[in-house]
Design a protein around this ligand. Structure first.
Ligand SMILES: *[C@@H]1O[C@H](CO)[C@@H](O)[C@H](O)[C@H]1NC(C)=O
Ligand SMILES: *[C@@H]1O[C@H](CO)[C@@H](O)[C@H](O)[C@H]1NC(C)=O
Ligand SMILES: *[C@@H]1O[C@H](CO)[C@@H](O)[C@H](O)[C@H]1NC(C)=O
Ligand SMILES: *[C@@H]1O[C@H](CO)[C@@H](O)[C@H](O)[C@H]1NC(C)=O
Ligand SMILES: *[C@@H]1O[C@H](CO)[C@@H](O)[C@H](O)[C@H]1NC(C)=O
Ligand SMILES: *[C@@H]1O[C@H](CO)[C@@H](O)[C@H](O)[C@H]1NC(C)=O
Ligand SMILES: *[C@@H]1O[C@H](CO)[C@@H](O)[C@H](O)[C@H]1NC(C)=O
Ligand SMILES: *[C@@H]1O[C@H](CO)[C@@H](O)[C@H](O)[C@H]1NC(C)=O
Length: 819
């Protein structure tokens, strides 16, 4: 257990003559100028003056962090204006802060009687008062963790203790030199008497500003990005006695905290970066406009990638169409047809998936009802408007129902556990909805039928190609070398991924879903479950994978092994904790974290990885689907190219220069590839050029265009012609340091060379690596004639694409060209 460091301080005080001796304890006070340090030396309690203020406060801060970071303040709103402050324990076991020995500025109010009260600053940063006579060292008379300031520390609770009525809420500092609470606070709200469901809210004054969404047993329904991760574990406890959220760090050498910030009005999870000597934002709430409470008004869904972002839910339409058209969504949406609630014309429910669950202020929960009972409960109550499972673990359990309007919903985009919400509708809307669904199903069947026919054709073509290739490999003698690649057993992978549980699903890649897993020995892995039938023989596929596994480079994701058993074809990769580049690049908040130097390092890393694939490895792999989401980041944000070699493995075309199957992503594809199926290392160079423009500008190539419909390439070219290239730089990067400017300009210049129309004119990756790393004169780029406007892009897409599948513009597509 942790012990006081009061003794040291005592000696110091004794010398300065400030100590107040008490008959119960050898030492009882801290005066201005002295401090109390936790046993492990990481935290310090003492007097401080915040910002430019000269006022004195008692606070606790990190001892080993050079930027003074105070995470708890005692006298938040009652500062002392000189250095006469004295913090003592009185003999009933309360902390008392004195001003000039005569007036009490602040005190704790423990009503428990203590015979021998002592103070300790624990290694967690918790300041506790306890009775030394009390054998139980875990019971405190009082603890600072129960009275948070603006910060939630690991092990601290954001909660509500129903027996004692104690609410642990955080409140932002008014400003950087005044710790008195500002108007942003965060904490758990609900009504235990009415059995409403608890939710964490950020309030501005008394109005709701952000909501995490109800806890669903695994996470909050509005923050799907918060999922099991290597940095911290978290828990939400909800029972008859108490409700709280808490988190704990997995790696004790990481320093992290959550803080409510008045200036930015954000609730930020920060980690200390020792290299940069600064706090970095790990995640933040609210993260976008859809996170702002009630952006779209009642009964509407906020879809961040839509334009406009607010859409009425199915079965509803804008209350005021006029205001809605002017993007004033405050009045929300109303039902097309009122609920009937009669026996004869029974209302029904429409299922919505992937929504952040509505505000639970008007809700009711019972953890022991199942979903069927829940439905009945809702139907039997005319004011009930929706229901859902309160816990989605396993098959789902518990019943959560809503009354009245449904507010503050959004579409979760990266939701691995699709939540289901059943919204009550008039029978008129249900019938109409069913008709819509039937129609769509018919269309889908037609499309799938068409596509699979084409795939079959592709199978025969690929088959021929792969035979040829096999011969080539044998001639090269590659098969004679020892090809060591661990073959995992299906049970071991199933165990590692908890039977491919939905909780472990990381996302969906071009060739199938990816799961996170942990092997018996503790190693974290990512498992790609190949969804397409590779149409290769098992031995052929194994050989192919073994060859790919020989590609090892620090900028390529490492293939650890594979598992091919029956229908299952699994690839096992190293696990990358920091997601993919697009996650950072195209996000307002995360984009800020990616400063220029890091971006430049990422560009160079990708270039080196690609150079290796093209030139240095024996296989000469053409990636064919290079894009931001295929660049993963390790914990130091080093880029690692993923999905390389897969196109080759599955589509088989090493010696061919023309393919009948175009795989890739529009917006990244070289014109000769998209239009004519011609590919070469130079088509990868083209994609690299686009990727660099995206990294520099923070804009997506495919979805970005200005008001004249000029695309990212078009913009880059126009600015280059005006010698104004620096304008393209992401507005998130405000620096205009001369050194940075040179690097930025060079990157844009190189990318314009990479996106030239003719493959011959594009540099190869070795030249790109050299160009990026030197200051030598660069050749002038020619005008990129293709992809200049949105219309050009659309034309290219039309010329190569089956019209029915044109909704996949941001996904990897893999389709057959009719010839
Ligand atoms: C704090 O003091 C410094 C130096 O006197 C001054 O430059 C700065 O503007 C002050 N900040 C505020 C917020 O008053
Ligand atoms: C300090 O505060 C006390 C009590 O609030 C007040 O009487 C005194 O004038 C203040 N002193 C200065 C120097 O502001
Ligand atoms: C407060 O009291 C202590 C001990 O009684 C004394 O040493 C100290 O000078 C006093 N301080 C002030 C500011 O009166
Ligand atoms: C100790 O301090 C508390 C809080 O200020 C106060 O209520 C209590 O009366 C004090 N006890 C004694 C013996 O001074
Ligand atoms: C813990 O974090 C430190 C510093 O970030 C790092 O060096 C170390 O490898 C981490 N340990 C584990 C087990 O992840
Ligand atoms: C709030 O955010 C601003 C801007 O990022 C930062 O300068 C400030 O230190 C933050 N305040 C707290 C209390 O973290
Ligand atoms: C219920 O629906 C029926 C048929 O649509 C209608 O005649 C009746 O008036 C409705 N009742 C209410 C309360 O809306
Ligand atoms: C929840 O449902 C169970 C089973 O129907 C019932 O026994 C219990 O009283 C209900 N709890 C509340 C708070 O309504």
């Amino acid at each position: 257990m942790v012990i006081v460091t009061l003794i040291l301080t005592f000696l110091f005080l004794f010398q300065t003559g400030f100590s107040v001796v008490d008959k119960f304890n050898q030492f009882q006070s801290i005066s201005d100028g002295t401090t109390l340090i936790s046993k492990d030396g990481s935290f310090e309690l003492g007097f401080f003056s915040p910002g430019n203020s000269s006022n004195r406060y008692v606070g606790i801060w990190y001892k080993n962090i050079p930027v003074r970071t105070v995470f708890w303040v005692a006298n938040r709103c009652s500062p002392i204006n000189d250095s006469s402050g004295l913090l003592t324990i009185n003999n009933t076991g309360n902390l008392v802060l004195w001003y000039q020995n005569k007036s009490v500025v602040w005190s704790t109010s423990s009503s428990k009687q203590a015979t021998k009260p002592i103070v300790q600053l624990l290694d967690s940063g918790n300041l506790v008062l306890r009775d030394e006579e009390d054998g139980n060292s875990d019971t405190y008379l009082w603890q600072s963790f129960d009275y948070p300031s603006d910060t939630t520390m690991p092990g601290m609770r954001l909660g509500w203790h129903l027996r004692t009525g104690l609410k642990q809420r955080v409140s932002a500092w008014r400003n950087w030199d005044d710790p008195c609470p500002g108007d942003f606070t965060a904490g758990i709200e609900y009504d235990p008497l009415r059995h409403t469901f608890p939710d964490i809210y950020i309030l501005q004054g008394t109005s709701k500003y952000f909501r995490t969404g109800p806890w669903n047993g695994i996470r909050f329904s509005g923050t799907p990005e918060q999922r099991p991760n290597p940095l911290y574990s978290y828990d939400f406890v909800y029972n008859d006695d108490e409700v709280y959220y808490t988190f704990n760090l997995k790696n004790k050498s990481v320093v992290a905290r959550i803080v409510m910030n008045q200036t930015t009005s954000h609730h930020d999870r920060l980690t200390w970066n020792d290299e940069d000597k600064a706090w970095q934002i790990y995640s933040t709430s609210p993260k976008d406009n859809c996170d702002r409470y009630g952006t779209c008004g009642a009964n509407a869904n906020c879809i961040i990638n839509d334009n406009p972002i607010c859409q009425c839910l199915r079965g509803f339409n804008p209350k005021s169409q006029e205001k809605w058209n002017l993007m004033d969504w405050s009045e929300g949406c109303v039902r097309n047809n009122p609920l009937n609630c009669s026996e004869k014309y029974k209302d029904g429910f429409i299922k919505f998936s992937g929504l952040k669950l509505p505000d639970t202020a008007q809700s009711w929960v019972n953890k022991s009802l199942n979903i069927k009972e829940c439905r009945e409960k809702c139907l039997s109550d005319c004011s009930c408007t929706a229901y859902a499972n309160s816990d989605i673990r396993g098959k789902g359990s518990g019943c959560l129902i809503w009354y009245g309007d449904l507010s503050d919903m959004r579409q979760n985009t990266d939701d691995v556990n699709q939540l289901e919400l059943f919204i009550r509708m008039s029978h008129l809307d249900i019938e109409k909805g069913n008709a819509d669904i039937k129609m769509r199903a018919l269309i889908a069947v037609a499309v799938i039928g068409g596509v699979s026919g084409m795939l079959l054709l592709g199978y025969f073509i690929c088959r021929r190609g792969s035979k040829d290739r096999n011969q080539t490999i044998t001639q090269n003698g590659d098969q004679d070398e020892d090809l060591e690649l661990p073959l995992f057993s299906l049970p071991s992978i199933a165990k590692a991924t908890e039977n491919f549980s939905i909780d472990n699903k990381l996302g969906e890649g071009g060739f199938g879903p990816v799961y996170r897993g942990r092997l018996e020995d503790g190693q974290e892995i990512a498992v790609k479950r190949l969804s397409i039938n590779s149409r290769q023989g098992v031995n052929e596929l194994k050989n192919e994978i073994k060859l790919i596994s020989k590609l090892q480079h620090r900028n390529l994701v490492k293939l650890l092994g594979c598992c091919i058993q029956g229908e299952e074809k699994l690839l096992v990769y190293e696990y990358m904790p920091n997601k993919s580049l697009d996650y950072f690049l195209f996000d307002q908040k995360e984009g800020k974290l990616l400063e220029w130097l890091k971006r430049f390092q990422i560009i160079c890393g990708i270039a080196r990885g690609l150079q290796y694939l093209h030139q240095d490895s024996r296989l000469r792999v053409i990636h064919r689907d290079l894009k931001a989401s295929n660049v993963l980041l390790d914990n130091e944000m080093n880029p690692k190219i993923s999905d390389f070699g897969l196109a080759r493995t599955f589509l088989g075309d090493q010696t061919e220069e023309k393919t009948t199957r175009v795989t890739g992503t529009y917006g990244y594809m070289a014109p000769e590839y998209a239009c004519n199926g011609l590919f070469s290392t130079k088509s990868d160079v083209f994609s690299f050029g686009i990727l660099v423009l995206e990294i520099v500008s923070g804009k997506k190539s495919r979805s970005f265009h200005d008001k004249n419909h000029v695309t990212l390439i078009g913009q880059a070219w126009a600015l280059y012609k005006e010698s104004n290239s620096f304008e393209l730089l992401d507005k998130n990067l405000q620096e205009s340091d001369h050194n940075i400017q040179k690097q930025v300009l060079r990157c844009i210049h190189v990318s314009l060379l990479c996106v030239e129309q003719s493959p011959v004119d594009r540099p190869n990756m070795s030249s790109v690596v050299v160009m990026l790393g030197s200051e030598s004169e660069l050749p002038q780029p020619k005008q990129p004639p293709c992809y200049f406007t949105e219309m050009d892009l659309a034309k290219v897409e039309r010329s190569s694409m089956n019209p029915e599948s044109s909704s996949t513009n941001h996904m990897s597509i893999s389709l057959l060209k009719a010839r």
